[in-house]
Design a binder for this molecule. Sequence first.
Ligand SMILES: Nc1nc2c(ncn2[C@@H]2O[C@H](COP(=O)(O)OP(=O)(O)OP(=O)(O)O)[C@@H](O)[C@H]2O)c(=O)[nH]1
Ligand SMILES: [Mg+2]
Length: 367
Amino acid sequence: MIQKEDLEAIIKAAKPAVAVIGLGGAGSNIVTWIKEKGISGAKLIAANTDAAHLGISKADKMLLLGMKLCKGRGCGGYPEIGAESVKESLDMIKEQLLGSDLIFIVAGFGGGTGTGAAPVIAKLTRDAGALTIGCVTVPFTIEMARREKAREGVERLRENCDTVVLIDNDRLRQVAGDLPLKPALGVANELVGSFVKNITETITLPSLMNIDYADMRTITERGGISSIGIGEGEGENRVSRAVSQALATPLLDITDISSSKGVLIHVAGGEDMTLEEVAKVGEMVASKVPHTTKIAWGARVDPALQGRVRVMAVLTGVESTFTGGKKPMPEEIKKVVKPLALAMEEVSKASEAVGKALVLSKEEQKN
Ligand SMILES: Nc1nc2c(ncn2[C@@H]2O[C@H](COP(=O)(O)OP(=O)(O)OP(=O)(O)O)[C@@H](O)[C@H]2O)c(=O)[nH]1
Ligand SMILES: [Mg+2]
């Protein structure tokens, strides 16, 4: 017979330690979103080469990367510098991450810090035995040169992570309505943030139905690229509506849903949600991915969702048009595209500088 105290100690020790590290500007903003919503059972870290941006983060721990190399001013869009900055700050990163069982590496790809740092950190944590999940957005098509840089970063990241959940900002914009840039980035923060929060809490908190760490490992270990779909239903047939929507609109353009290697499902609903409904979600998703036996689902009650059911499906091992090889570009188009992309990059830098100047001048006015 086991004593209650011993059992409690075993339960505590069996709980996986979870860490979330947000890299660069977008990664730090996503971590701030998670902190503001609250998360149970995960340490939140923001790491950036940009000291001023780190200063507005709400993470539990802040790491200034590559102080000697970048002098607290960011990487200026160069992933090579982002990668070097991690090497300079390795001891600090190891101290914060090693010892965790599950690590989410979060970033917006296309700039220097996130794109360059993520693969180096993933290699470190995965080599140390942690289940390492990258969760990154890829830039809008209008950020042309950045999209190409992001594609190269994703290739490097997928080699070093168990799975990389990719969210294509273009798809996100279509799904969320044709939003302007700034609100679309806010939606991306919310989406990546709720993915991390949902998965973490179905593992670490008692839920209507838990996903355990071992299941999570089976599905995501060496899982390649993953895509997320989200759906919501209300009233009659709310379950089938939520599932159909989640599978019809993945946030990455994937070539064939039915060939996904594994599926992780998260169901959230009000106190009126029943276990039968949760089981039905699992069955419905399973019928759409007949080639996989690796399916796990968890469910949590959220009183704010009274009357509604929300489904998030994570499909692992998918092929997408974004990652699946580059189409060769005709020479005449190449001649125009490169100068245009360089010009766009300059415009983006200039608008960043104007933004910073505006913030400074507003602060001066206040003082
Ligand atoms: N979700 C989200 N994406 C963002 C945000 N800001 C920028 N992005 C996207 O992320 C990409 C990378 O931008 P940043 O995160 O600012 O870049 P960084 O990693 O800090 O790189 P450097 O500034 O060059 O050191 C951009 O091209 C956008 O597509 C944000 O607040 N939220
Ligand atoms: Mg930055």
